[in-house]
Design a protein around this ligand. Structure first.
Ligand SMILES: [Zn+2]
Length: 387
């Protein structure tokens, strides 16, 4: 037994390499399942779903706020998408666009593909080609088709296949060609990528969990107060994946689910806590966007597309900063706060690149609200007046 397996056993984790959960009750229905398949799935899973709350947990007790997963199919999906995007970008370079400086260089060393057998190479190349032809020009966050597929693969993460060949309840109801492609790529991924990816996911979960357990409730209450919105009652599902999207993390709503890359250098250390709560804030910060739109309409001003997002970045950073400041060195060369932890938007240069005016407005008019000196509505009104 390896050291990792010992650790997993002690922490009540499933062994490395095994998938983590199925919960048919939170399945979206935009990917069609036949009525018979749905009834069968509900019938088979009802006792499990009612009695268990499976997840990749990080200690002796579940963490509050979030429900962490390291799921095989979801990780395979994002890895294939990542490979297909590389092909897509290489085939259609856009010289007029500046290079995306934030794009992480994620590599397994040595390249797992170098160890493929000829038949493995064929299956893997076919899968990447399918993703390149069907998905690579679509955005993981904005294309409903990809959001639905991601959610569905998360639901079936405990299944050995997606066609229901071995267990009928594992028939995910996907397009037959996509099912064949994923099932053919699965043994290749399981042999050459998944052990490293799953280990990285679990390491990321284990590293962020102590702070979530100690501070998560307080942070969530503070953010809910700030946005004047109740925090979701159910724990928010977080799918930890070797690869996520170009940003390193993204959040889809209805149901609210976060996907975070465990390998992305931007998501490591104390930044992991900020990323978690930034992403979760996407699910509760709608009042900010609504208030900005309302104030703009009243003043007949164009609605600034990214202002609400800059505000969410600023707010999460300010809420997280004092909590993690003691343990993290300042890393920014920008005019960022110098007291220990440098929030993500400063560290990654978001304000300097496009949100410089927003930062000034947030400091002048939003910070007083965070300090309890003005109301939410007054703060937003002042920001919009000054645009
Ligand atoms: Zn965001």
């Amino acid at each position: 037994m390896t050291a990792c397996a010992n650790l997993a056993s002690r922490l009540h984790l499933p062994p490395l390499g095994l998938p983590a959960t199925i919960n048919p009750f939170s399945m979206r229905n935009r990917i069609p399942l036949s009525p018979a398949a749905l009834l069968l799935a509900l019938a088979v899973f009802a006792p499990v779903g009612l009695s268990a709350h499976p997840q990749v947990d990080s200690g002796y007790a579940p963490v509050p706020i979030f429900e962490f997963h390291s799921g095989f199919w979801l990780n395979l999906h994002h890895t294939l998408y990542h490979e297909a995007r590389k092909q897509h970008d290489a085939a259609a370079p856009q010289p007029n666009l500046p290079a995306k400086s934030g794009k992480p260089a994620l590599r397994n060393s040595p390249d797992p593909a170098s160890a493929f057998t000829p038949s493995e190479r064929q299956a893997w190349n076919d899968a990447v080609a399918y993703y390149a032809a069907n998905f690579a020009d679509k955005d993981l966050l904005f294309a409903n088709e990809l959001v639905d597929l991601k959610n569905l693969l998360g639901e079936f993460e405990d299944c050995a296949d997606l066609s229901g060949t071995r267990q009928k309840f594992c028939n995910a109801g996907l397009d037959p060609q996509l099912t064949r492609i994923l099932e053919a790529a699965a043994p290749v991924y399981r042999a050459h990528f998944w052990p490293d990816h799953d280990r990285a996911n679990r390491r990321w979960i284990l590293s962020v969990s102590p702070l979530v357990r100690e501070q998560g409730l307080g942070i969530s209450q503070r953010l809910a107060d700030i946005y004047e919105t109740p925090w979701p009652k159910r724990r928010i599902r977080v799918d930890v994946s070797a690869y996520a999207n170009w940003a390193g993390a993204y959040t889809t709503v209805d149901p609210l689910r976060v996907t975070i890359s465990s390998l992305d250098p931007r998501n490591q250390g104390n930044a992991a806590l900020e990323i978690l709560f930034h992403e979760a804030s996407h699910g509760i910060a709608q009042p900010v966007e609504a208030a900005i739109i309302r104030e703009c309409r009243q003043r007949d001003k164009p609605i600034p597309r990214d202002l609400w997002h800059a505000l969410v970045f600023y707010t999460t950073g300010e809420v997280i900063k004092p909590i993690v400041a003691s343990g993290a060195p300042a890393q920014s060369q920008s005019p960022a706060p110098s007291d220990g932890y440098t929030p993500y938007a400063f560290r990654e240069g978001l304000y300097q690149r496009k949100w410089e005016q927003y930062l000034e407005l947030l400091r002048r008019f939003w910070q007083p609200y965070l300090d309890g000196k003005v109301t939410f509505d007054d703060a937003i009104a002042h920001i919009v007046s000054a645009l």
